[in-house]
Design a protein around this ligand. Sequence first.
Ligand SMILES: [Zn+2]
Length: 161
Amino acid sequence: MQCEICGAEIAGVPQKIVIDGSSLEVCKSCARFGKPEDKWTPVPKKLIPAERAFRVARPPRPRDHFKDLVEIIPDYGRVVREAREDLGLTPEKLGSQIAEKASLIRKIERHEIVPEDSIRKKLERELRIKLTDEAEREERWKPGSGSKGLTLGDIANIKRR
Ligand SMILES: [Zn+2]
């Protein structure tokens, strides 16, 4: 048996490799010129599940995922109301701070309307709360409420993710 690349006599088992789609039997020192045949040739059926598993196991991109699926928490109205009351603000006062009507804030607090993104963000910033799922988890880490709330920097960081 001779190496199909260099022509040298192959001692023992020839290495099967693939170069540009052709399968060759070569000596050990020429094996590096190609890819091992069994990783390249048409995938045997038994390898397909492994390949699929590999695809699933690849690191997902959770940040993008969350960015697309940001959802407001179910009790957003209660969170807004409690945060507002903690800060001693009336709906009118809060409304003037974020340039929205007090009636809008009341409706949000009563879950009559879901705040659109721009309003939600203003509420979050003004009340130092987060109204999306991801932030709710962070909210729970905080000991108590009040002065230890998220800083503007924290919120900017959350948004940037
Ligand atoms: Zn060779």
